[in-house]
Design a protein. Structure first.
Length: 409
């Protein structure tokens, strides 16, 4: 088995963080916690596990946070127990090559995608379910940090991996591999939209357009065609694609967002001291897909009284944010993580299954989003490309030819 890992070795992490102040090459040095390993193929530890051969795997923003050690030690998630080794890559599509005797839903040759972590009640084989798992939001499993006997080995950034069968979802034959790797981010976008479903005539803002932002625009257009969708893009080429995905209006991040919001929504703009500004009125719903202090502060001020801000972007640092609009204007601030079960056209359906359905029907178009492919041996270049939106114009960068990749130290 070949697999790209991050070892949670504190001395390596601290040393890499220090050396990265001198050169970003430190993240890929032999002293860093990131390593491409060749390991013995592990046996299936339980009869309900499977072995999967990877075909294609996208690089997620959360992968980049881990690779570049972009997290503070004093945020809530870091207080929880963590794995000693992180196997990278979850936006994968692959095929089952071995199934344990208790596996009935898959057989060798079946194509699958992975829904994410394997720490929930079902993956642990528990006969009962915690409240989160019982309602289908397995990412919020209350037992996710408890010790477990067996851990998945390998990830999407490698040739194969083993995992409980309950962590996999079958891919319809009509969904190509290049579409299937967008199943998980599409499921995330669907869950985010369902956190505050838009009503006809409402004005929404998608603040930040990467993979999730582009998919979210398409999801919002599908669930509420009679709404008005605006978006904020960093670069003009992103703005063009946002419009192609269904945005009615797009403005660039360097523009005056307060003036743009007032112009789009009819809100009144007020100027205080020292450049302090506030709007009365604004967007009905804002999806902050960036999640840094500046975007969240702006989102709260650009939302009308009793409107809603949905925080989708991941930022693993404490933030200095003005929360007074939550009180002063009764703005609702909601979080959105992962994927769950939603109600759509009278059917209770997993956001993964709905994502695959919409990928198959063409309601979600992903071909323009897959911009770069690399062999796993070129992982340094792939990660650099994924970060370089300005020059590379990257959206989704993926690893291909995974089963044939050549290991390196």
């Amino acid at each position: 088995m070949q697999t790209l890992v991050i070892d949670m070795d504190i001395p390596r992490i601290v040393l890499t963080q220090l050396l990265s102040r001198i050169s970003p090459a430190a993240f890929f040095a032999r002293s860093s916690p990131l390593r491409l390993l060749t390991l013995p193929d592990p046996p299936l530890p339980r009869p309900d596990w499977v072995r999967v051969r990877n075909r294609l795997c996208g690089i997620c923003g959360s992968d980049l946070h881990q690779i570049f050690l972009d997290a503070s030690l004093d945020v809530a998630p870091v207080a929880l127990p963590s794995h000693r080794r992180i196997y990278l890559g979850h936006e994968m599509v692959g095929e089952v090559i071995e199934a344990g005797p208790a596996v009935t839903q898959f057989k060798p040759g079946d194509r699958v995608v992975r829904w994410g972590r394997a720490d929930d009640c079902a993956a642990r084989g528990l006969p009962d379910r915690c409240p989160a798992c019982a309602r289908g939001h397995r990412v919020l499993c209350e037992r996710a940090s408890e010790p477990r006997e067996h851990h998945p080995i390998g990830g999407g950034f490698g040739d194969t991996f083993i995992t409980p069968a309950s962590t996999l979802v079958p891919v319809p034959p009509a969904v190509r591999d290049e579409q299937a790797i967008f199943t998980e981010p599409a499921a995330v976008a669907i869950h985010a939209a369902w956190r505050c479903l838009p009503q006809a005539g409402q004005q929404m803002l998608v603040l930040g357009v990467g993979t999730i932002g582009f998919l979210l625009i398409q999801v919002l257009r599908a669930v509420q065609p009679a709404s008005v969708i605006s978006a904020v893009a960093e670069f003009p080429w992103q703005a063009d694609l946002a419009r192609a995905c269904g945005a009615d209006h797009v403005f660039l991040a360097q523009a005056d967002g307060y003036a743009e919001t007032a112009a789009r929504t009819g809100a009144r703009l007020y100027h205080g001291r020292a450049g302090n500004r506030m709007l009365l009125g604004g967007f009905d719903i804002i999806f902050d897909v960036v999640g840094i202090p500046a975007t969240l502060t702006n989102a709260l001020r650009w939302t009308r009284a009793r409107g809603t801000v949905v925080l989708v972007g991941v930022n693993l640092h404490r933030m200095n944010v003005d929360l007074t609009p939550v009180w002063y204007q009764e703005v609702n601030l909601l979080g959105a993580v992962g994927h769950d079960i939603v109600s759509w056209q009278g059917e209770e359906i997993s956001t993964f299954d709905l994502a695959l359905r919409w990928l198959q029907s063409g309601d979600l178009r992903t071909d323009p989003l897959l911009t770069h492919r690399f062999p796993l041996s070129a992982y340094r270049q792939a990660f650099a490309t994924a970060l370089d939106k300005r020059q590379a114009r990257s959206i989704k960068v993926a690893f291909e030819g995974l089963a044939a990749s050549t290991a390196e130290a």
